[in-house]
Design a protein around this ligand. Structure first.
Ligand SMILES: *Cc1c(COP(=O)(O)O)cnc(C)c1O
Length: 393
């Protein structure tokens, strides 16, 4: 029997759920910052944007960064800066949000879907290698759940084939690969400050560039394709149109919120990582009994507790446990429909069987509440419900 979970879909932060899925970390300071921003003015790249960028430079000291209105436009900008031509291909994992694939289309290229590694749900480097041909220009990887991809082999394959590497680190702030922040290893990195992410200003993003030249091109694109930066720095005397562009800067009001959230990055990450460890301990038994596998965290990855998920033994069990938890007031969520099976994916010529691991993941993955208001007792309470529910099957 198909169950309609839409009826129970909770918008906002929690609704009537006993244990909500999201809860934003609030500060008294946030309101003050927004009011002060209203007094000081809404100019793009104003005082609050500068402050947020200074905070972010500490997190990403080796990258050139700019605030954007979302992670999706940061991805789109990165792909446009790759200079794709009609027929050029960009490899994108199928188990993914549509942003990167949309960016490829917007930049004039063709997304090519590849499969994932079932332990981490991150891009399968071996499948990626199989998808490379003479038209392949770039790859967009996702650090799913804030757990780093296997970067060394991936970067080696990309380098050999001459591909640009774009890291979708939307979920990755506060997480690392061998001590390097997610987003700082590819030619470009993108981070999200959407209301569902660890650090949030409602809607917002960050584009990280490895080279200063890409950074300068990105800055022009971001402000309507103009030389606004150079003009304000007194490097030219006319403010004019210099390249194709768009309007993708972060609003100063969002930057005010972002800056106050960023001042708590360490605290937020610490609490989330503690709950992640609690979940891993609490679900050890469920894994041992063979009902589900806990999310895999390779030794090279230092995650940020953005997501905790299980991969159930099969889709029927996942659906039953999901219904049971919602019934008990625990807001749990599945995640992506594999892109190659989506209506757009099918239009691009894909179908069932093309990325089997992504398909299995789409059917068996379940995400659990994780945020700064979640307690260790609640984690164990959730695990008990799942344990009992699995045992009656
Ligand atoms: C959230 C998310 C995005 C989109 O971020 P926005 O800031 O909402 O555009 C893209 N990719 C992944 C993997 C995400 O989790």
């Amino acid at each position: 029997m198909k169950q309609d979970f839409r009826a129970r879909q909770v918008l906002g932060e929690g609704g009537n759920m006993k244990i909500p899925f999201y809860a934003r970390y609030r500060l008294g300071e946030e309101k003050e910052a927004v009011v002060s921003c209203l007094d000081k003015g809404l100019d793009t790249d104003g005082e609050f944007s500068k402050r947020a960028m200074e905070q972010l430079r500490k997190e990403y000291p080796d990258s050139f960064g700019m605030l954007t209105s979302s992670c999706s436009v940061a991805l789109e900008t990165a792909l446009i800066l790759c200079g794709l031509e009609h027929g050029d291909e960009v490899i994108v994992p199928s188990y993914n949000f549509p942003s990167a694939a949309n960016g490829v289309l917007r930049a004039g290229g063709t997304p090519v879907f590849c499969d994932i590694d079932p332990k981490t749900q991150n891009i399968s480097v071996s499948d990626m290698a199989l998808k490379i041909n003479g038209r392949t220009k770039a790859v967009v990887l996702v650090h799913y759940a804030g757990v780093a991809c296997s970067m060394e082999p991936l970067l080696a394959v990309a380098k050999e084939a001459g591909l640009k590497v774009i890291e979708d680190g939307a979920q990755g702030i506060g997480a690392f690969y061998h001590g390097v922040p997610l987003g700082a290893m590819g030619d470009f990195g993108c981070v999200s400050f959407h209301y569902t992410k660890n650090i949030s200003c409602g809607e917002g993003g960050l584009l990280l560039c490895r080279s200063e030249e890409d950074y300068k091109r990105g800055r022009c694109y971001r402000v309507h394709g103009t030389n606004r930066d150079a003009f304000f720095q007194g490097e030219c005397d006319r403010y004019t149109w210099v390249c194709p562009g768009s309007s993708t800067a972060m609003s100063e009001l969002c930057a005010a919120l972002l800056s106050s959230q960023l001042s708590c990055l360490e605290e937020i990450t610490r609490i989330r990582k503690e709950r992640l460890e609690d979940y891993l301990a609490a679900f050890w038994k469920v894994e041992r009994e063979g009902y589900a596998k806990r999310m895999g965290i390779p030794e090279y990855a230092s995650p940020n507790g953005h997501i905790f998920y299980l991969r159930f033994a099969n889709g029927i069990l996942r659906q039953r446990i999901q219904a049971l938890l919602l019934e008990k007031g625990v807001d749990v969520k599945t995640h992506y429909v594999p892109l190659h099976l989506s209506p757009v994916g099918r239009k691009l010529g894909y179908g069932a069987g093309d990325c089997p691991e992504s398909e299995a993941c789409g059917e068996t993955l379940l995400r659990f509440p994780i945020h700064t208001k979640l307690t260790v007792d609640q984690v164990w309470e959730i695990a008990k419900i799942v344990e009992k529910g699995c045992a009656v099957s």
